[in-house]
Ligand binder design. Sequence first.
Ligand code: ZN
Length: 414
Amino acid sequence: MNFLAVDTLAKALQEAGFQRLDAAKPMPRLEAGQQLFVTKNDSSLYAFRVGSKPLAEAGFHIICAHADSPTFRIKPQGEIRCEGGLVKLNTEVYGGPILSTWMDRPLSLAGRVILRGTDALHPTTRLLHVRRPLLVIPNLAIHFNRQVNDGVKLSKQKDMLPILGIVKEQLEGGMLINLIASELKVQESEILDFDLYLYDATPACRVGLDGEFISSGRLDDLSMVHAGLEALLAANKQPEVTQVLAIFDNEETGSQTKQGAGSPFLSSMLQRMVLAQGGTQDDWFRAIEQAFMVSADNAHAWHPNYSDKYDPTNHPQMGGGPVIKINAAQKYATDAQSAAVFAEVCREAGVPCQYFVNHSDVAGGSTLGNILASSLPLRGVDMGNPIWAMHSCRETGSVRDHALCIRAFTQFLN
Ligand code: ZN
């Protein structure tokens, strides 16, 4: 659902000479060095740089990541009018945020708005990014809950609704529709629907004695999206092996959507590329056998206040480089062979790398790699940079790790 991130990616790719494909139109004939990208639902994006070797012989070098993050979605009929003219918004939780971290900080709204188009089946989409602090979810004062520091159970429906403002007069279409119309400079009657989400309105910043950390919303997984983009732009423009950057949506809700990693969309685009080279169905299967995927999603950095939560021998350090993620139950796609491949790529790039395995009594998370590999049987590794406070409104990562990751990805694509 990060429509703005996908739009930013598309603009950066177009500036670098990538040509936008329309999945509804025939695939053009492919030439070595050709740069293409395609989007799905305005919220996932797939970029390709065609290699000089036939796909059946060389396969693909794929980096994937996800653009969505835990947040709150505005429900339909979302305005709730309270005493004294206060208006709050009714929301639904998206993914698994740490709820308390969304309180007492300036928030705002972003997403897409659907406007009336030429006919019912073809409405128009406009992106909306309210660039000023607009909403706040205030905590309850400690005087009303003296036990607040002993732990609080938060209700998503009662405790987490953001306040939009004080309105004395009743606006005809409602305050939210009025706001959307004025932001987009359209008539209220043109607005059919919207996908709007809350975001942390405070810009990212560096923190630490030497600014060694970065504090930002949505490092998971926009930091890996950014590293993948930077690597694709820095990589060899005439590669032997076709380079692919796949940015999925809906990882935080299980990936089972047309724009998620569980969708056949990437697979069908790659297959269409093989056929567009004059390849056969058999060539497509051969290309998959040759391919390698780096599934990039952040890992948990060792936290000095909670060392008991980590594996005794595999707990990545902040600033220690990209992390290979391993799980015996195969929540990660990594196996010894794919871990060895990625570690070698890092070694060739002069980048240190680390390993993450769950403490055996802790369940841990899952990610894109095995979801993609279960429909597209690719060799691949799950990795990511170490961060603190995953799924907090504000996560912390390492500036050094980010640079190292871009270097490792560039080496892989080359
Ligand atoms: Zn993630």
